[in-house]
Design a binder for this molecule. Sequence first.
Ligand SMILES: NC(=O)c1ccc[n+]([C@@H]2O[C@H](COP(=O)([O-])OP(=O)(O)OC[C@H]3O[C@@H](n4cnc5c(N)ncnc54)[C@H](OP(=O)(O)O)[C@@H]3O)[C@@H](O)[C@H]2O)c1
Length: 288
Amino acid sequence: MILVTGATGKVGGQAVSQLLDAGVAVRALTRDPASATLTLPEGAEVVRGDLADPATLDDALDGVESVFLVWPTLSADRAAPATIEAIAGRASRIVYVSARGVPDPVPGAPEQDPHSILGSHALVERLIERSGLEWTFLRPDGFAANTLVWASQIRETGTVRWIHGAASRALIHEGDIAAAGVSVLTGTGHAGARYVLSGPETLTQVEQVTVIGEAVGRPVRWEELSPEVALRGLLDQGWPPAAAEEMIDAYGQMVTSPEPATSTVEELTGRPATPFRRWAADHAGDFL
Ligand SMILES: NC(=O)c1ccc[n+]([C@@H]2O[C@H](COP(=O)([O-])OP(=O)(O)OC[C@H]3O[C@@H](n4cnc5c(N)ncnc54)[C@H](OP(=O)(O)O)[C@@H]3O)[C@@H](O)[C@H]2O)c1
């Protein structure tokens, strides 16, 4: 039995479907089983639990051998030590969806700010490393689905207003992250591995917007926004200041140091990672 957390989300949802397709027994964790049951595939056992409240995880962890752990960053910090301990007390193996850019542990290196996105993932990684669980970390690049944040702008104005159009990254299809996880969970030889996962090619944000325009059948323009205006916008949306500044800085760094594509998805799954063009074609309706 494999417990999948974040099962109603993008990566976890794909993991549930793909594990079921592979013939594996799956338990899907959610804080709201009533609505999750409507969306999760038949065959998954749906169980209520809140990762931020380890006392609620007893039923979810009963008889579980492995955990596919998706845990939205920044909600993790306070409960993380007790939650990882609870998992380690019941399961033997964990695959954690972390993030590209989380540094490997270096003795004596200063701890990262746990209120930042990467710091929050680093905190969970360190706890897992010390837990006694057999672990594998998946460190994905930016999700292709992040571009859905532009959907309303594209629908309403045909223009994307955001920072650093020249920032390049190798966006990854969420299904490829899940597929890598399924390979790890159904295979052997992945203990202690930290896999950096990405899409097959690096595209600038301007190129991503062009690809979306081609997918929806009408041109989409790019309008450069200043980092200051973008930061104010994120703070107005309620982003914690450390995370908002980290996000703005990260895009600036991707202009001068583009994130290179890795071949890890293909190495783990035996098929190439999904191009962004394919993802955009599949999601064209979401931008119309
Ligand atoms: N976006 C990126 O570019 C990127 C890149 C690298 C890594 N990541 C990491 O990927 C993760 C997000 O994955 P995603 O996009 O698939 O998630 P998502 O679609 O945003 O879904 C979030 C999921 O987490 C569950 N959840 C939230 N809080 C929970 C809690 N306290 N206890 C139990 N479940 C909880 C929700 O389930 P219920 O509401 O049903 O309980 C939901 O299924 C984050 O850790 C993020 O840092 C993202």
